[in-house]
Design a protein around this ligand. Structure first.
Ligand SMILES: *[C@@H]1O[C@H](CO)[C@@H](O)[C@H](O)[C@H]1NC(C)=O
Ligand SMILES: *[C@@H]1O[C@H](CO)[C@@H](O)[C@H](O)[C@H]1NC(C)=O
Ligand SMILES: *[C@@H]1O[C@H](CO)[C@@H](O)[C@H](O)[C@H]1NC(C)=O
Ligand SMILES: *[C@@H]1O[C@H](CO)[C@@H](O)[C@H](O)[C@H]1NC(C)=O
Ligand SMILES: *[C@@H]1O[C@H](CO)[C@@H](O)[C@H](O)[C@H]1NC(C)=O
Ligand SMILES: *[C@@H]1O[C@H](CO)[C@@H](O)[C@H](O)[C@H]1NC(C)=O
Length: 930
């Protein structure tokens, strides 16, 4: 979202002048901070692009403040900073107190941590609050998970009781003996503590120095630096009976692990003869409504010798039904869908439930099919970039190995960026952050990407219903961990007997564009700022071409509504014969995605969508029926969005008219067949904006809708429907010729000509595409709104949108009380008066835009309370104005030929736009057909 700034604040008055120096100082500091944060983040992002796979960003705007990672580069003298932070934190902690009146239970301990208190306060249900309290308390008491775990990796078991001492060495401020990691353990330094820390971070050597310092490193200390043991004579800060080095003298210990090295994958050049081809079990964890893309993915991946297990998020009714159809249609029986409460989970981004999902699915997959060698995890947004044959060849050569991708840099950085050092708890479909925690000691921590390919033995080991101490301990830890699937398998692998099967490659190429993908877009579901990769577009084709000689077999993400051309390109490249045989040109470039299906109970539908699509049904049928004739019911069956040639074309409305009389009696009236029963219509939603002459080439688009996706820079509300309770957003796109930065002012004016908000944005060549979210008083005034855009006090663009009355609320017909509440505009219309800002209103008058200034006197004294048909007619008036019914086809399977003649309509299956027209690339009959 672009920066927006309300313009209604009072001007700073003379008395502020006194504080100006203060202010300037403060702002300077702030700017420096922001600049530092910015450069740090940018640097970070660029680095990460090349190095890997990680769903994380290190700053967290939750408290409205930027928090930099605690572990930057860690020069030894930066300790002061940490102290400062701690001090600030403590101060904050002491201010926040849990309000016990919020709770209808007695907490099992006194919760004082700032983050936990905040989570308890924000959680809505008592059960969630109680869970947060319980987990916080158990965390404090240390009963949530084991404090110490033991590795069973034969050559990296770690030390048992005390780390093996190798001597006292001379250290040097500029050339440290151990260079991997450094920290100060102010009150608890000891050989054991320091070695456990270094072990956790994967270092073979640990060193204590100057009583409080702990160093970790990879290289064996040089014997030339050896000192007499008596030079290391300072007492440990955590144990005065032991010595922790001296001034520039370091006690060095072995942590008992070897420096970790991942295995190299065997590649095609090292052929093994007569190995049985690897069999793959694909786990598809799917979400959303892109069922045609999932079918397409399956038809590309399908092979009778592999196994396919589909887990649909527990809330997604539509996708679930679609997947059940596939299961039913596949005659080889090797496609299975997860069913039932223990096997179908609802997961959220980063949620602890992701791991539960994977493990419960894995158990079921082991049970279903006895002969697969690898489990490969995919989602609806993955697509193969190599043929099945190549994948099988590669995995056949690497049977017994496990494919995961590691962060690839310092573990300690990973831990803090990933929030592994924080407890999280999942409830109310949110990951709540509870505060700091200590990970179990004695094992190495590792993590990176959650896209995996694991072999059967390892899956049997981790998903064993009676896990060993390591796995059961880690399962407890990861139950309270953000993004558990990004570290759990890595950590188990490194600390178990499977430690030598680790290949640092997740077989995936991921389209990271962190400038777009790291916008804290998951704030609503997790107390953390996460990143997501972008969808591949045809312009990213080189990223995929460059993987030809690499052991990469899948890419992500893909979404046909963002770009289907690249999916076509890849499929045609992999399977030219099949692709071109089954796909006719027009269907190849078409895509349909469901928006609504009458059979869905979950997730809830957007009420505005429901209102408008039902209105469209009335409008469509009014062409053929007298709507007032009470003998008929008109029912919306499905709404879909239709793309062709990679462009949004419109919305498809599939509906049905049923004759009540026929249903209630058995009399069959031949005439009825002359009325179309099922119809599908293509509805266009013209996107309307205008520009001044001078700006006609510079403004490429202005559009108002809701659900703006900042990562893909597009609206997800395809219908662009806005209701009184929606949060409309203006998106804009300017031409590249925009070289000189311009300040634009944006005015939001409602149907009664009241100014509702003013925003300012600065546009330059780096911000040509963006969006603005105004601060509008709810409920929004019903009717047509205008947005005016000014640059240098000249009107350069204009766009309008309409706020529709609602006929549904919470997916039920709206009642009269709610109608009065919602259809009468904002109650609080005083915002503009309180801020004595006439300037804009007066200014707009000078350019011919006369606004209503009479805020006190509600000009519209009539209370809006239309219901029933009256309400529907009102809605239909708007809908007719803003949407256009372009084409209609008959969707009945069997129908009297006279009807076609009489109505002059096509059969839907014979059009190329209807959702019922052939779509061979996503046809389930083409999946198990080999
Ligand atoms: C909190 O901070 C203020 C000033 O910043 C300081 O005077 C006070 O002693 C601090 N309180 C605690 C409990 O640290
Ligand atoms: C919290 O702990 C108490 C005491 O152990 C237990 O009775 C209660 O069921 C727990 N509540 C939740 C939500 O876990
Ligand atoms: C295949 O293995 C050889 C020898 O280990 C190596 O030089 C080559 O780079 C590998 N190729 C790939 C695609 O990994
Ligand atoms: C598997 O795929 C899903 C996405 O569908 C992902 O979120 C999950 O973390 C993946 N990995 C594992 C190990 O579960
Ligand atoms: C735009 O506004 C900013 C801050 O309000 C100001 O510093 C800048 O000079 C303005 N730019 C132009 C081109 O008017
Ligand atoms: C769209 O723009 C055209 C031409 O500017 C105008 O005639 C029409 O009324 C507009 N449509 C809507 C729905 O505002």
């Amino acid at each position: 979202m672009a920066m927006t700034r309300g313009q209604f604040e009072g001007r700073s008055s003379g008395c502020l002048r006194k504080y100006r120096i203060f202010l300037v100082f403060f702002i300077t500091i702030l700017c420096i901070q922001v600049y530092l944060a910015y450069t740090f983040i940018t640097l970070e992002n660029d680095n990460l692009d090349s190095s890997g796979e990680l769903g994380l960003s290190k700053y967290d705007k939750n408290d409205g403040q930027l928090k930099l990672s605690k572990q930057l580069k860690l020069p030894p003298d930066k300790v002061v900073n940490n102290k400062l932070n701690n001090h600030v934190n403590q101060n904050k902690t002491s201010r926040i107190k849990l309000d016990y009146n919020l709770l209808n239970f007695t907490p099992i301990c006194d919760v004082t941590g700032k983050e936990a208190v905040s989570a308890i306060t924000r959680a809505k249900s008592q059960i969630c609050k109680e869970l947060i309290v319980n987990v916080t308390c158990m965390g404090l008491q240390g009963t949530l998970y084991p404090k110490r775990l033991y590795s069973s990796c034969p050559h990296s078991m770690g030390f048992n009781k005390n780390p093996k001492k190798i001597g006292c060495y001379q250290d040097d401020k500029t050339h440290r003996m151990l260079t991997g990691f450094y920290t100060v353990l102010k009150s608890n330094n000891s050989p054991e503590q320091c070695a456990l820390l270094c072990l956790q971070y994967g270092y073979p050597y640990a060193g204590t120095e100057y009583s409080v310092e702990c160093f970790c490193g990879v290289e064996e200390p040089s014997q030339t630096k050896r000192l007499l043991d008596s030079s290391c004579n300072m007492k440990c800060s955590g144990d005065p009976r032991q010595s922790c080095g001296g001034y520039l003298a370091i006690n060095i210990f072995k942590t008992g692990i070897k420096s970790f090295k991942a295995q190299e994958a065997r590649n095609i050049s090292t052929k093994i003869a007569h190995e049985k081809p690897a069999r793959i079990a694909f786990l598809l964890t799917v979400n959303g409504r892109a069922s045609r893309q999932v079918k397409r993915l399956l038809s590309v991946l399908y092979d009778p010798s592999h196994f396919y297990y589909i887990h649909v998020d527990a809330r997604q009714d539509y996708m679930y039904r679609e997947m059940l159809e596939i299961e039913k249609s596949c005659r080889y029986g090797n496609i299975k869908v997860a069913k039932g409460p223990g096997l179908r989970h609802a997961s959220i981004w980063g949620g602890a439930s992701l791991l539960t999902t994977l493990l419960s699915s894995a158990r079921k997959m082991l049970e279903y099919s006895k002969n697969w060698d690898f489990l490969v995890n995919l989602s609806e947004s993955d697509f193969p970039i190599k043929s099945n044959k190549q994948l099988v060849e590669f995995l056949t050569l690497n049977k017994g190995f496990n494919f995961v991708k590691s962060y690839g840099r310092e573990v300690q950085r990973f831990i803090s960026k990933q929030g592994l050092d924080k407890s999280f708890v999942e409830c109310e479909a949110r990951m709540w952050r509870l505060g700091d925690r200590k990970l179990p000691q004695g094992i190495q921590i590792d993590g990176g990407s959650d896209w995996i390919a694991l072999n059967r033995n390892f899956i049997e080991y981790v998903s064993n219903p009676k896990p060993d101490e390591l796995v059961s301990g880690l399962l407890k830890v990861f139950k309270y961990t953000l993004l558990p699937a990004e570290s759990f398998f890595h950590t188990v692998l490194r600390n178990s007997i499977y430690c030598d099967t680790y290949i640092d490659n997740n077989l995936h190429v991921t389209n990271w564009k962190r400038k777009l993908g790291c916008k804290c877009q998951y704030k609503a579901i997790v107390d953390w700022c996460g990143c997501s990769p972008n969808d591949f577009k045809i312009s990213d084709i080189n990223k995929i071409r460059n993987t030809i000689d690499k052991n990469l077999f899948f890419a992500r993400k893909f979404e046909p509504i963002i770009d289907q051309r690249i999916i076509n390109y890849i499929e045609e490249y992999l399977y030219p014969m099949k692709f071109n045989n089954i796909n006719r040109a027009n269907s190849k470039n078409s895509y349909w995605q469901s928006l609504y299906h009458h059979g869905d109970l979950s997730p809830p539908v957007d009420d505005v969508l429901l209102t408008i699509t039902n209105s469209l049904v009335r409008i469509i049928y009014s062409k053929y029926y007298h709507l007032n004739n009470n003998n008929y019911n008109f029912k919306l069956l499905e709404a879909s969005v239709y793309f062709s040639d990679n462009k949004y074309q419109g919305i498809l409305i599939l509906a049905e008219a049923s004759n009540k009389i026929i249903e209630s009696s058995t009399i069959y009236d031949n005439n009825v067949n002359y009325y179309p029963e099922r119809l599908e219509a293509l509805v266009l939603s013209p996107r309307n904006f205008s520009t001044s002459k001078l700006w006609s080439n510079r403004i490429l688009n202005l559009h108002v809708s809701t659900d703006y996706d900042q990562k893909e820079q597009t609206f997800r509300n395809f219908l662009s429907c806005v209701g009184p309770l929606s949060s409309p957003i203006l998106s804009y796109e300017f031409d590249l010729s925009f070289v000189t930065p311009k300040n634009l002012t944006i005015f939001w004016i409602d149907t009664n000509n009241y100014l509702r908000d003013v925003n300012q944005i600065q546009v330059d060549e780096t911000t040509l595409i963006g969006s603005i979210k105004p601060q509008l008083d709810e409920p929004l005034t019903i009717g047509k709104w205008n947005i005016f855009i000014l640059a240098d006090n000249v009107l350069i663009g204009q766009v309008n949108f309409f706020v529709t009355p609602l006929s549904f609320l919470n997916n039920h017909e709206i009642n009269i009380k709610k109608i009065r509440d919602i259809h009468n505009g904002p109650i609080n219309q005083k915002k503009l008066i309180n801020n004595n800002n006439q300037k804009w209103i007066n200014f707009l008058k000078t350019i011919g835009i006369n606004l209503n200034e009479n805020y006190d006197n509600n000009s519209n004294n009539i209370i809006e309370e239309r219901t029933g048909d009256e309400l529907n007619n009102w809605i239909d008036e708007f809908v007719k104005k803003y949407y256009k019914i372009d084409k209609i086809c008959i969707a009945n399977e069997f129908i009297n030929n006279n009807v076609f003649k009489k109505l002059n309509l096509d059969k839907c299956t014979q059009t190329n736009w209807s959702s019922l027209s052939p779509d061979p690339k996503a046809d389930i009959n083409n999946i198990c057909y080999t």
